[in-house]
Design a protein around this ligand. Sequence first.
Ligand code: PLP
Length: 379
Amino acid sequence: MDNNATTQPRQEVIEALAEAEACCWANSASPHRLGQKAKSVLNRAKQSIAFHLGCRAGELVITSGATEANNLALAGVFEAEMFRRQPRRRILVSTIEHPSVLETAEVLRARGAVVDHLEVDSSGRLSLADFRSKLTQDTLLVSVMAANNEVGSLQPIAHVAEACHQVGAYCHTDATQWLGRMPVNLAEWGVDLLSASAHKLHGPKGVGLLFARAGISLSEQQHGGGHQGGKRSGTVNVPGAVAFARALQAAADQSDWDSVKALRERLFEGLSKSAGPIERISPEDDCLPNTLLLRFNGVDAEALMASAPSICCSPGSACSNATLLPSHVLIAMGLDRKAADECLRFSLSQANTTEEIDQAIKILAEACSYVRSMIQEAA
Ligand code: PLP
């Protein structure tokens, strides 16, 4: 129940990866026959991904993951802009972005960008009034994630992109948690840049992508051989791209998330009855179908996890677990430190079963009452 951290690769994806490693290991930039074979396999994979996104294969840059894609989107656009005579310097990022967006924005601030943060409400949704007041004629780029990794809130991306274009700004969205769970249609969203990562949709780790609309100037962030049209140097991970394409195809073929939603609600109702008092922090509507962030009132989430080691879930975001800071997402949504420390995120997949959910409810209820009794004893 920790699928927003990463997902188990599907068997067919593992097979596609192994097959591509065996047959298409050559450098796709090499002019010889093996290289050209790898290149054509890469092109096919990119075409397949482009089909699912609603874009052109030439608009995709294969990266090592979404972290790199986010870095490339923000820094690539900013650096390219700096070559203009009167560059725009204003970058807007939502307060609940992944650290790979927030920290890149801070790096750019040190290089002369004017960075401002867009607020969210208590359900983790962008405050449109705040967005409108901060979106000015000198805005270069706005980065708002499609779906949040910690609470699952969804953003009105098409609306954000349209507003950006009215002032001539670019719109980037980090769709890492959205892709594979709900359809993406770039034509409908209208964004200029989009990041994603294969390992969040039952693909392999170490491969992601950046969609950059044709015509957007992007300064490469990895310098070297000028691969991928000068947007990202480095030998392309052809087997990774093949496996990414296969994972995306499988996600499109198995698009039933209603049963996952039903499991999520079963988990919430079961825990409400037996592990209460609990509070639902994730929004009920406009939320990823698999994500449920709960506050277990009076129970420290780390202690709860330690008392239920068989339950794989996450205190806040797994990406920031190296630090003991409370989740920046929960703080942005108005929770205080104590409340944030009492939150656990459950993120399901299509592989979870009713039996697992019922077992998890039982184990967590017991662990909750154990931790609460320990706290009472200590008091
Ligand atoms: N963006 C979001 C929303 C994420 O959830 C994550 C990973 O948790 C990333 C970016 C980073 O992805 P990757 O592991 O591919 O670098």
